[in-house]
Design a protein around this ligand. Structure first.
Ligand SMILES: [Fe+2]
Length: 501
């Protein structure tokens, strides 16, 4: 995972990298499953020019996309910066022109663009493919289309002018039954606005539907969930205002007095039926899944009771609490026949997990069984002599919602894992039959390693070694040759003179 303790001045393993890479025929240990033909796309943040401020968020780092292209057991690696206006302006000036996280008031006057904050975006959060296009995402701007083979930035995409919100979501959901992509923009009409605009995009990339609603208060609306009947949005303790931004602060502060709201909106309606269910203060950066159960709506998510991000300070000045930042898997039940706008919350297991939880995406919006994420298993060894005193996430797990069984995979004693992804063995394979894939930072050898794990047995099948440390991702996705027009053999041709005798 990204080490959030690094802040705007990362050092050691996380020191800034200022290169783009092309590595062919990566070193592989073990055997790459032959059914893996596609690419593992990773998006993260990397500082080309470090922040000008001392209190900035790591979320301000420039966008960086990379891919492990896997075909016939061979792995090629490629990485590129996401060329946003901000990145190009900085390059032209040869310095960092921009200020604190999503606060244009703190940027150089030449690039402030208060009315067009999306011009200051860093596209550093997540990839998604839909309608045959690959996008890199950040929630404060439109998606940026990326060439899936070259990883060059093609530019922002507004769905032929029909996506009207200024912002797009970091975590759209693709309905596995219809193929529609559900996405949204919050602060949809400008900085600190309470507009939430929700879009349904057809499988061929056309805007089918737009719903415009208001949120109870402006909050960090990073993720959502979907059932076959409803859109579902959490609103929770991060607050912002134009006054905060004018005062030079980061875009978000944590207000522990703010309740959690869950907005539930019919997918078939016009937004006028939106209900906001209210609960105690909590934080829901990421979700897992949701589904309809008769008149009830079931939502699963890794939830904490307080602020998980130490760089977004409390508005009352109170210190950050690591204890309240712990995430556990919780199940929320909403009774849509009830006249009371409350919900039930149940902790399914007390284990402290990383909130980057995933599932088999073929079951988005449907009943499902398995949750995948990562954790710090303190019963496993960690070699501090070789790897230092870093905080480590060393284990992937599979949690069975039916039986409460845990299965684990340990990556190694000098490694820190990033988000796990699930790849089904085939389009028709049962839920959970497939592979887990993700990258690990090897702190001892200062390199990045890709691991491929059997998702049932939780045993390692293959490990791919990069000869350097690569930017940690925030999120990643696997896409097969069927989902994107991936070129089979991207090895470049040699154009120099060839001696044959
Ligand atoms: Fe995210």
């Amino acid at each position: 995972m990204v080490d959030f303790t690094q802040g705007p001045a990362p050092a050691g393993y996380f020191s800034p990298l200022r290169f783009e890479a092309d590595i062919y025929d990566c070193e592989v240990e073990g055997s790459i499953p032959r059914d893996l033909n596609g690419a593992f796309f990773r998006v993260g943040g990397e500082w080309f020019y470090p922040s000008n401020t001392t209190d900035d968020s790591p979320f301000s780092a420039d966008g960086y996309i990379s891919s492990f292209r896997i075909h016939n057991g061979i792995v090629d690696f490629k990485s590129r910066w996401v060329k946003t206006p901000r990145f190009l302006n900085n390059l032209a000036a040869r310095k960092q022109l921009y200020g604190n996280y999503r606060n244009p008031f703190t940027s150089d006057t030449s690039v402030q663009n208060i009315d067009k904050p999306y011009l200051g975006t860093v596209i550093n959060t997540a990839p998604i493919a839909h309608g045959g296009k690959l996008f890199a995402l950040k929630e404060d701007a439109h998606p940026y289309e990326i060439d899936p083979n070259t990883l060059e930035t093609l530019g922002p995409w507004d769905f032929d002018g029909r996506f009207k919100a200024q912002t797009f979501s970091a975590h759209p959901k693709v309905d596995p039954l219809s193929g529609d992509m559900i996405c949204y923009g919050y602060e949809a009409t400008g900085l600190c606005t309470d507009d939430l605009w929700i879009y349904t995009i057809s499988p061929n990339g056309r805007v089918k539907k737009e719903i415009r609603i208001k949120v109870p208060y402006v909050s960090l609306l990073h993720d959502m969930v979907l059932t076959q009947k409803y859109f579902i949005f959490p609103v929770y303790g991060y607050v912002t205002s134009i006054e905060m931004l004018r005062a030079g602060k980061l875009h978000w502060g944590w207000d522990k007095t703010m309740p959690t709201y869950w907005g539930i909106i019919s997918r078939e309606g016009d937004g006028s039926d939106a209900r906001w269910f209210q609960g105690p203060a909590s934080c829901v950066i990421h979700t897992i899944n949701a589904f309809d159960d008769g008149d009830k709506v079931i939502v699963d998510a890794p939830i904490s009771d307080g602020n998980p991000f130490p760089f977004f300070p409390s508005v009352d000045g109170s210190p950050w609490s690591p204890q309240l930042a712990r995430h556990t898997i919780r199940r929320l039940t909403f009774d849509m026949t009830s006249t009371r706008d409350t919900y039930e919350e149940k902790m399914l297991d007390p284990t402290d997990i990383v909130d980057l939880a995933r599932m088999d995406d073929r079951f988005i919006s449907l009943p499902y069984r398995y949750v995948y994420s990562s954790m710090s298993d303190t019963t496993q060894p960690f070699d501090t002599a070789r790897a230092g005193q870093n905080r480590v996430v060393n284990t992937y797990f599979r949690y069975d919602l039916q039986t409460a069984e845990w299965r684990k995979y340990f990556v190694g004693d000098v490694h820190n894992l990033q988000e796990v992804s699930f790849i089904p063995r085939s389009e028709t394979a049962p839920e959970g039959d497939g592979h887990l894939i993700g990258t690990a930072s090897n702190y001892a050898d200062m390199r990045t390693e890709l691991v491929i794990v059997d998702a049932t047995e939780m045993t390692e099948l293959a490990r791919v070694y990069l000869p350097f440390r690569m930017t940690p991702q925030v999120h990643a996705r696997w896409y097969s040759n069927k989902e994107l027009p991936l070129i089979e053999a991207p090895m470049p041709a040699y154009t120099g003179r060839v001696q044959n005798s």
